[in-house]
Design a protein around this ligand. Structure first.
Ligand code: MTE
Ligand code: MO
Length: 422
């Protein structure tokens, strides 16, 4: 180990001790001095035979002990599982990247099987030269890699009228965060040559719903990606295999899957869209539309109702996720008393715009109950609002764009419950 890393390690250990890691060490010492532990002193089954050979699972799955880290749906939310949604198990994940296999799905007419050789992407409308790309054609353009979150506008939408669903997976799990490899849409639009009258693009998928969406040309030329890989591998069928649109920071419904056609148009093609679905109800009953950007938001993922505290008082790692569609998260505060006092959390990967940011509060739990909250701030200076503040503007009958501060009531037993504080 180099001199510098030794130094920083010592500094880290000092910091950790200050945060209460000393109690963890004490518990570990007690364990070492206790009666013989068969897990240490006796040869265990896994050490008395041979393990599995290399080809047992050509494409690996998580070990069976992790079998509850799965997407879940809430059957009463939608009439059937075809036009439906499920939720990422964010309470059980760490870091920031969502494995595709447990990343939430939202389909309007089911996930379709579209082979690469059957894939065609047409760019037409107000262009100098209409073009049709095969999958292979796309692979021949220079591509880039970027990590972005994708949040459904309906995430947390069930919580407007009151604390409703008991778990971070259900209240905040309509989100995933992946590393995409793809071609900037700008490159393809420049290849076709956008006419000066072209101000928007109308984007369609190949599924029966088509999920047609209009996107301002300015955004399309800025950071939108035509992506074909996620987290290093091909997109999963449910996420739009073989190609989907990635629209950084903007609501999930614009991220058209099974991409099929991009038409350059003069104005938004509302007649072919379901835009009325994606409006925000205001307190006076008026609807607001075109609220595409996802505002700053955060959630404590552990402890939380599905991830209770399972140990006694002493060191406790409080962790969660924060994000903003307007740029990087600059700060996350955590409150243990329902928002009366705040402590600043440690950001594990600060500075990543429009991507999930992991935060930790390495703290000491005195064993008493807590009203846990987190509050995100982004680089524009925007601060995540309380539920009361949001209700003043949006009322209680809204569905979309609920980015309010969430409260978990952590009891003395370590169990947690979804509650509201006034
Ligand atoms: N073609 C198509 N694209 C689509 C949809 C769809 O039903 N069909 N659903 C949209 C919605 S509402 C969301 S929130 C995201 C969800 O992406 P995911 O299923 O990869 O999580 O895809 C969007 N893209
Ligand atoms: Mo969505």
């Amino acid at each position: 180990m180099s001199e510098t890393s030794n130094k920083s390690r010592r500094a880290f250990l000092r910091g950790a001790a200050a945060a209460g890691a000393g109690t963890v060490a004490a518990a570990a010492t007690a364990r070492a001095q206790a009666a013989p532990d068969p897990l240490i002193t006796e040869v265990q089954p896994w050490a008395s035979g041979l393990g599995e050979g290399v080809d047992a699972t050509p494409y690996g799955l998580p070990i069976r002990f992790e079998s509850d880290v799965i997407r879940r749906n809430v059957p009463w939310l939608t009439a059937d599982p075809i036009s439906s949604i499920n939720f990422t198990p964010i309470h059980a994940l760490d870091g920031t990247i969502t494995p595709q296999g447990c990343a939430f799905e939202r389909h309007h007419s089911g996930a379709i099987e579209l082979a690469k050789q059957d894939f065609r992407l047409m760019i037409n409308g107000l262009v100098d030269q209409p073009l049709v790309f095969s999958y292979e054609d796309l692979e021949r353009f220079p591509r880039i890699n970027r990590v972005f979150f994708c949040e459904c506008a309906a995430n947390t939408g069930m919580e407007w009228a009151g604390a409703q669903l008991n778990g971070a997976q259900f209240t905040h799990g309509m989100i995933h965060n992946m590393e995409y490899s793809g071609v900037p849409l700008r490159t393809l639009l420049e290849e076709a040559g956008v006419k000066t009258e072209g101000k928007w693009v109308y984007v369609e998928g190949a599924d029966a719903s088509s999920n047609g969406r209009s996107i301002p040309l300015e955004k399309a030329l800025d950071d939108v990606l035509v992506a074909f890989k996620a987290n290093g591998e091909a997109l999963r069928m449910e996420h739009g295999y073989p190609v989907r649109l990635v629209v950084p920071g903007w609501e999930g419904n614009m991220w058209v899957k099974w991409l099929r056609r991009i038409e350059v148009v003069e104005g938004p093609v509302e007649s072919r869209e379901e835009t009325s679905k994606y409006t925000d109800t205001l307190a006076d009953g008026v609807s607001r539309k075109w609220t595409w950007v996802m505002d700053a938001k955060s959630i404590v993922t552990s402890p939380s109702p599905q991830a209770p505290i399972t140990h006694g008082p002493g060191p406790l790692v409080i962790t969660g996720l924060a994000w903003s569609g307007r740029g990087a998260v600059s700060k996350v505060d955590v409150s243990k008393d329902g928002g009366k006092t705040w402590e600043t959390a440690r950001l594990a990967n600060p500075g990543e715009p429009m991507a999930l940011t992991r935060f930790y509060l390495d703290t000491t739990w005195d064993g008493s109950e807590m009203l846990l909250q987190s509050r995100a701030m982004d680089e524009t200076g925007y601060v995540q609002p309380t539920k009361a503040m949001l209700r003043e503007v949006r009322g209680e009958n809204s569905v979309y764009h609920n980015n309010c501060i969430q409260t978990w009531w952590v009891k003395e037993t370590g169990e947690a419950e979804n509650v509201e504080v006034s």
